[in-house]
Write a protein that binds this ligand. Structure first.
Ligand code: BDR
Ligand code: CA
Length: 316
């Protein structure tokens, strides 16, 4: 059984991944931590509480960061054209949800939960890496106490989605991402190389909604505008970025990988670019030296991944 803390900025594809974590039989979702990104921290936290309520998810929700780890970075605004004004596809999420938040901020929730379950907790992070970086800064020893870290973010041998070289979650807080990539823990990086080719069509999701329960019907409803947004890149469908990270956790055999230290460019025209130095390749001394080797996904069996998402979401 995988004990998971889900660090998320819901977010349409975050919502699908949340339902996957909640319904997968080998996953014990023990906490949800929120971060700014697809919308403000107030909105992503409200959305996490909304989905917790609608889907009867027992895990507590802890509110996380509302700004980059480097306070001198300026926020560039929310991607409302992707995830909607409400962050969940313009379905009119209620202004407030009458559920309590965990009393701790996200980084503290992560530290305390990891320390209470040494060697057992996997962090699945699918937004900006700010909460994880804050947790490491506050308590660096947690790197040795976490079982694994799986992130959705970055791009290695394909172009980015917010700049020619950068992906949104990394670009949104590059300094935090570099802290996470270079910490002495095992990170599996699920980036655009694999998520941008893993798409679900509107009709496939609609058929799932017809067979499934209210939870899947809500997911179908909140995904419609997101599918509209993707018409430039996907034939009447959407990229299921964040779910790919959750699938990696339970079915890593569906991915091909490379290993090596990863660094994140901080500043300049390549701000937020993720760069792997493959293990075994020799280069002159450089910024990757002495950093831990991480796992970078470069290939995926997309159809099987989509099938596993379907099967999991239709479990009740
Ligand atoms: C990532 O950015 C967000 O828009 C999505 O939720 C996903 O985590 C994809 O680049
Ligand atoms: Ca996300």
């Amino acid at each position: 059984m995988h004990k998971v803390i889900y660090d998320t900025d819901p977010g349409v594809d975050d919502a699908m991944a949340l339902l996957f974590l909640h319904r997968h039989p080998d996953i014990d979702l023990i906490g949800i931590t929120t971060v700014f990104g697809n919308a403000s921290i107030e909105t992503t936290t409200r959305n996490a509480l909304f989905l917790k309520r609608e889907w009867n998810i027992p895990a507590p929700v802890a509110k996380g960061a509302n700004a980059t780890i480097d306070p001198s970075r300026r926020e560039i605004g929310w991607p409302t054209h992707v995830h909607g004004e409400d962050g969940l596809g313009n379905i009119d999420v209620p202004e407030t949800i009458d559920l309590p938040l965990d009393p701790c901020p996200a980084y503290r929730f992560i530290i305390d939960t990891v320390r209470a379950n040494p060697g057992e907790v996997t962090l699945v992070a699918v937004g900006r890496m700010t909460n994880l970086a804050l947790a490491l800064r506050e308590d660096p020893e947690i790197a040795g106490l976490v079982k694994a870290v799986v992130i959705m973010g970055g791009n290695f041998y394909v172009h980015g989605n917010v700049s020619p070289v950068a992906e949104a979650n990394i670009h949104g807080d590059p300094e935090a991402a570099d802290i996470v990539m270079t910490a002495p823990w095992k990170v599996a990086v699920i980036g655009l190389d694999v998520t941008a080719v893993t798409t679900m069509s509107r009709s496939y999701l609609g058929e799932m909604a017809a067979r499934g329960d209210e939870a899947v019907r809500l997911l179908d409803a909140l995904s419609q505008d997101y599918i509209d947004f993707y018409k430039h890149a996907v034939e009447d469908g959407m990229m299921v970025h964040d779910s790919c990270a959750c699938v990696y956790l339970v079915a890593p055999e569906l991915f091909t990988t490379m290993t090596g230290p990863v660094r994140v460019v901080c500043g300049g025209i390549a701000d937020g670019q993720t760069i792997l130095k493959p293990d075994g390749r020799r280069f002159p001394p450089g910024e990757w030296d002495g950093r831990p080797s991480q796992i970078v996904c470069t290939g995926i069996e997309s159809e099987k991944v989509i099938g596993l998402i379907r099967e999991t979401l239709l479990r009740v």
